[in-house]
Every structure is written in C-alpha cells, then in structure tokens.
Design a protein. Structure first.
Lengths: 456, 456
C-alpha cells in the first residue's frame, strides 16, 4: 500500500496557502452550521458576482447548437447567435472534440487581435497558447525553465503561491525578491540585483523573473518606469520574464493604467528578452473562474522552445474547449451598435464600479484600525495589510482566531511571504456590497480585542 | 533569451506520438488542401459522432440559467430542466465559480453511486477526485508515486504514451512489461515477474503497475482471471495499481464484459493493495473529449496520501466546472420513464452499434491483407495490427508513406512500444460508417503496393 512517507519531497514540500489548513478549518466550521465569509480566494461568482449575460448566452448556444434553429426569436440577441455560429464554424467540430494542442486557431487569432488593439503592437497567433486558466500556462513555462535544483526563478515576496508551489514541485530554486512595502509594494532595481547576487552565491543560476501586475496579493499597479526597469534588469542578466497580467482590467485609481510588459518590450524593440505573458477569464469583470480559460503569449521565444510547450500541452491533449471559447468571448466583446453592447457595457461597469468601491472601503476601513496599515489597493482584488501583533503571536494564529471568532476566512501573510518580523494577511475585496462594510468593521473589532487579549 | 538546449532532459525527452511528427505533417498537408482522414486519435466528434442531446441540453441550461425561466415550454424536456436545477443547486454558485479542489461534492456523490450501481460495492465520495479528463488524474497519481529516477512504474508495451511521457517528465523509471500478442494482448504473470526482476537488477524500486482495460492501443478486454492475476501480483510485491478504465463502455464481443479492478479488489477483500481507477467523459458513447471531464477513485489509499492529491489539484485550483458537470451527466443518465430516456437510449445504442460494426470491419478488412495481422478488436476504439515490412523499413517510414499517398493518418507502433523486430500501427475505428470500408480498402492497397515497391 502506498504510504505518505514514500511520496517525494518535492510534492510534500509544495504549499498552497490559499486553499491550506485555515480554509480546511473554515469548511469544517461551515459543515457544523457556521456562516463563513470566504475572503481567502479570488472567486467572485462564489460571493454573488453575476456572470456577464452575453458570455453565457454564447456558451449555451455553442453547447446546444439546436437552439440556433429551435429557439424562438427574441430568446437570444442576434449578435450572440452570430458569435455562436462563429464559434461552431471556427472550432469545426463543436465543443465536444479535442482541439489543437495549442488551442483553437480562431481563438488564438482573436487573442492576437486583442493584444494588437490593447497595445498597438503586432501579435502572432502561433506564439499564443490557450490554457486551463492562467495557472496551467505558468506551470508549462516553469516546467521548461527548471531542469534541476540549480535553476532559479525570481519571485516577488509577497507572491501568489502558485509560483512557490510549482517551483518546489518541479525541483527548482526559489529566488525571492522583496517588494518594497514602504513604497506601495513597487519593485526596486537594487533589491533585484541583490537577490540575484545572493542566489549566485548559493550556486543557483537564475533563469527568469516572475512579475505579477497588478499585484497579487499586494494590489500594486506598476507604472511604465517600473516595467521598463524590470525589462532592463532581465536584459542585463539574460533572464526570461513571466508577466502575470490576469488582473489587467482591475485597476482602481484614477490616473493609473495597466502597462503590459509586451507594450514596453516592443517600445524599446528588445529582441533578446524572452517574455511570457498570461491572462485569464477568471478575473477582470468576467470572473469566470470555474471555466478555466486563459492564454499565454510568447515573445522572443525560439520556435523549438515553443514546440516544447506544444508537446507539454499535447500530453494531456488540450485545454478544455469551453474555457477556450470563454477566452474568445473575453477578447472579442460585443461592439458598439450591436444588440448586446449596451447590456454588456452596463454589466461590465457595474462589476468594475462595485469592485472599485469595495477596494476603497476595505483600504479605508483597515487603515482606520490602530495596529493595521494597508497600502493603496490600486489594483487586483486583494488587500494585504500589515498587522502589528503582540510578541510571540504569528499571523497564522491571528487568522485562525479571526476565523473562529468571526467566520471571516483570510490567508496569513506567511502563505505569501513577507519581510522577517512583519505580519500580514490577504483578504479579497469580494464580499457583496451589502456586507463589505460589516466585514471590515468586524475585522477591526476583532483586531482590537485580539491584541488586547494577548497584551498588545 | 531562452534557448532550447537549456530546457531540461525530462521535458525534451518526453514523447507523445499520438500528436507527434506524423500528425504535424498531416496538418501541413491539410493546409495545402489535401483531405486527411485523422485515424491517429480517439476524438469521435471530430469524425462526425454526434453529442448525446441530453448532455448538451443540461449543459446549455446550466450555462445560461435564465433559460430555465425564459425558454418556452417544450424547448427543453422536463428532466433536463430538473437535472440543470440539480446542477445549479449542487454547485451553489453555478459554473462560474472555482469548485472545491477535489471537485463538486454532488458530482462526487453521483460518481460513488455509479460505481456502487455498476459493481455492487461501496464507494466513498471523499475518495473521488474530479479531473480535467482522465489524463490529469493519471498525472496526479504518477506525481505522487515518483520521487526520483529510482522509482519505477510498470507500463504495458504497447502502451498509451501518456504514461511513458509523464514518467519521463517526472524523472521516474519506466518498467515495461510486454503484452502477449499471440494471446490477444493479455497480461502474463510470468512476464510481469520477469519485468520486475529486470527492474530490480538495474536499481529500480517498482512502485506501481499501470493497466489499461479495455486496452489502448491493443483493443484487448481483460477477463476476471486476468484482473485477479494483476491484483495478486500487485499484492505480492507491494505495488499500487493504476487502472485506466476509460473505455469501460466500449466492449464489442458478445460474451465479453468489462471487469473493473475495484470489483475484483472488493470480491477478494484486499485491503493492502492501493488502487487508483480512472474514467472519462471522452470515450464510451459520450465522446465529449473537448470538455475534459473525468474522475479518479482511490481505494486503500491513506487519507494523508489523498490529501496530497487534493493539494496538487488546489495549486491550479480545480478541474473545469463544465467537465465536472459532464461527468455528472455521464454517471447519472435519464432513467426509464423520464422524458429524455427514450432518445438517450436510442442515441447511445446508435453510437455503440456503429462502433461495434466498425471494429469488426476494421479487424476483418486488415486481416484480409497479406502481411497484416490484427488481433480481435474486442474493446476500446483502436486496432493495433502487426505489419510485415521489407528489410530495413520501419513502421515510422511506413506510416509516413501511408499519409503521403492516401491521406490516412495513423500512428506508428514505435510510439506505443512493441516487441523488437515487430512493426505495428494504431488506427482508430472512428471514421464515419460511410467511409470506413473505403479507408480499410485503401490501407490494404497501400500495404501491398508499398511492400512490393520495397521488394517485400
């Protein structure tokens, strides 16, 4: 019989706090009848965000094409019907067949057109891979980059644990670089250089740098100069870049805007930096997490390297077809003048406005609590406040107590990484508008009671 | 910039012939305007098999629940509406939310009920994981079993290359055991024992044995005695079993029936053999390959080991929700008396009867060609005939010439493994009934011309 102690270190060592022990405890409490507010994971539709109507209309038609003939006039708008026909024509065999390993070509062409439209740069459908959410794209690229434990991957601290877990699983070396909390979690060239030197000193050859923009868990949004700095750093040291841009539609502050790595790479005509960019249907305003759709775009990546990604995809055949079509719908929304455009825009604005307000409510509410400091929630779906804790208390214990006493489930900073001696937690900004003020209030009350109880 | 030579051996060494170079050549020819008949992959809906209506009706309703209110009476049968309501209630948040890492609980409960009904044995929903197709389940289990290159996994020769590719990718050791072509590709205890001894001699500790039943690429169907033999062998040597049972509904010969490993394990009350069984929505009569749905059931697997599978699933969050629901629909078809039952049964019978006939046509047609010998196509969707080739010619060259001359795309035996000095190819039995006779005929004509031309 298989025994736990026979399982390799790489598997046992991988940790994924977003669904770790505190979440398991939350589920246990929920089974006992407690109401739990899940702020541990960016899962918008689980907290009441409604799907975009147009997306679901097209998916329903593509699943059951008989509706194209049999549905009475008016049940579906004409442009949803047209989009479904394009999907069925483009996929050739409908949603039930394996697709090309790289993903459906018409979807990859639409993704390339989306990137061209977003950034005003060229994009090659043959350098695009459709993946089961962005996670699987990240994992494919890390798989290429890590041959053994001498291969290092730079990851931000704090980071989204997909990165640390996958590097551990593949037997690579984490090369942490700390984001600067005192300057809104921006990246510092000096910190990057130091991290690289430290890695080299322990025999690690660093292969790539991962950047999450807008930041998870930090909520930071990088400006042009920060992106250019990373590109220059990568060029100087021969590193590949993994640009996790799944929150690109989630930028909250007026004056800020999303700056893609691809756009800055092309502006400076860098031809010697390999760039892998990721996007997803799970975030933004679609929030279609369950559909597991996303893409990976490669730039300055040799064809024989891309062929290896294709091969990795082919071993488990292809990304799920529905997620591929959801990606198509993400990058090709209804246009002005089309029947679905008005409702689509209304729903989009509603989701984004609600998130923008909640980002502000969470940030302001947390900063009003003595002992909690929260940077600007400038983007993404999370706040990552620093908490001052009584001596001997960790953020793990703090978050567990928060859960037990209030039913609010957040993830300790330890799951993302943090400067030694500092403590944080990550909370999403996703609870419904009707609850968010109360959640933040309860958090604050808990904090005061907890620190008082522990002599803080 | 990333270079091909920097990519690790494990990635570069992994091979997946079913989508390998011959298929790439076929796609190239197709782009040049040639008609290609893709017999390389078990992708039924790409060759005209139609989806089961009921499955697609429920998926459409679950994607766009407004149809439950707005669709006129008669557009959907009442039981499809009921099933969609169960899906929406069971998933709590619809298809757009991440599910539990293990998969939706109501689906896992339905899978357990399916196994109980199929085999008359107990099944635990907590030991069931929903996966993106069976492939991802197999990969998760192999990930647990392989710590380093001393860990060996027994795989049949010929085998489905998911196994060899994944073992290579994870840095494990393949421990091949040859199926006996002369006895309809059955397993031999003696061969298994010899394979184990040979592995030990080269320093490999064998951890598990993979069995594909019904066989891919062989088409063999194991009987009770063969399954019992494998269980006894695994017990005697402390091996885990991976039972790939995705073709369980594809048994063609009268008198044969599918025998699950779980049923034999329970009949003999074996409590010390860990069993991992896999099933999928891609094969059988659904043929829903694009939806990437499947499950993994564990027996005699300690809770702390299953927790590691949960963790692996959680790193990329969850299997796609639509594939999970498709799995629900696979295991919970309409019952007699319900409105959809008659059509469902008719469609099911039609698919299976067509496949049964085509299995027979392919087998008979190939055996009529001098120099081709084909075992019974007793199950699954493939024939794996042995071809007698002129000296110096390989099955790779043979299959490439077949493609160039006829447009028929099959996979050389080398992609699956074969006894040294023998040559084979794998063809699916999936071309439409209107074409299958012609395909087999052209194959035979090609064989005669090819061997004659090469002095055979």
């Amino acid at each position: 019989m298989i025994r736990h102690e026979d399982i390799g270190r790489a598997v046992r060592g991988a940790e994924y706090a977003v669904r770790g022990p505190i979440v398991a405890r939350a589920q246990e409490l929920e089974r006992q009848g407690r109401k739990i507010i899940y702020c541990n994971i960016g899962n918008p539709q689980s907290l009441g965000q409604r799907p975009i109507t147009w997306v679901r209309q097209v998916l329903a038609l593509a699943e059951y094409p008989a509706l194209l003939e049999r549905a009475p006039a008016g049940l579906f708008p004409a442009d949803a019907v047209e989009a479904a026909r394009r999907v069925l024509a483009g996929s050739q065999h409908g949603l039930g067949a394996y697709t090309e390993s790289k993903g459906l070509r018409f979807v990859r062409e639409a993704v390339a057109a989306f990137i061209r439209g977003r950034d005003g740069i060229a994009s090659d459908p043959d350098a695009i891979f459709l993946t089961d959410g962005a996670s699987k794209g990240v994992q494919a690229v890390l798989r290429l980059l890590i041959a053994d434990d001498h291969d290092g991957i730079m990851i931000p601290i704090p980071q989204y644990p997909l990165y640390s877990a996958t590097i551990t699983l593949y037997g690579g070396a984490q090369v942490p670089y700390h984001l600067v909390e005192a300057s809104e979690w921006k990246l510092s060239r000096e910190v990057l250089e130091r991290a690289l030197v430290a890695a080299k000193a322990r025999g690690v050859r660093t292969r790539a740098i991962c950047v999450i923009n807008p930041g998870n868990p930090t909520g930071a949004v990088l400006d042009e100069r920060n992106v250019e700095m990373v590109l220059d750093f990568a060029r100087a040291h021969g590193l590949s870049i993994l640009a996790d841009e799944v929150y690109q539609a989630n930028v909250w502050l007026p004056g800020d805007r999303f700056v893609s790595f691809a756009s800055m790479l092309e502006r400076h005509a860098l031809r010697d930096v390999s760039l892998f960019s990721f996007h997803s249907v799970s975030k933004g305003y679609l929030g279609e997490c369950g559909h597991r759709g996303g893409y990976l775009e490669c730039r300055n990546v040799p064809a024989d390297v891309m062929d290896e990604i294709t091969k990795l995809q082919s071993i488990s055949l292809c990304a799920n077809s529905v997620g591929q079509v959801a990606t198509y719908l993400l990058v090709k929304p209804p246009r002005p003048g089309e029947p679905s455009h008005a409702l689509y825009e209304e729903e989009r604005r509603e989701v984004l406005e609600a998130l923008r307000k909640k980002a502000e409510i969470v940030e302001r509410g947390l900063n009003a609590v003595p002992g909690i400091h929260c940077n600007r929630v400038a983007g993404a779906m999370y706040a990552f406040p620093r908490v001052t804790l009584p001596p001997g208390v960790t953020d793990d214990a703090y978050c567990l107590a928060l859960l037990e006493e209030t039913g609010i489930c957040v993830v300790p900073g330890s799951g993302f990484g943090q400067d030694p001696g500092t403590f944080h937690f990550r909370t999403t900004i996703l609870p419904p508008m009707s609850e968010i003020e109360a959640v933040v209030k309860r958090l604050g009350e808990f904090h005061l009671a907890f620190t008082k109880r522990h002599g803080g």
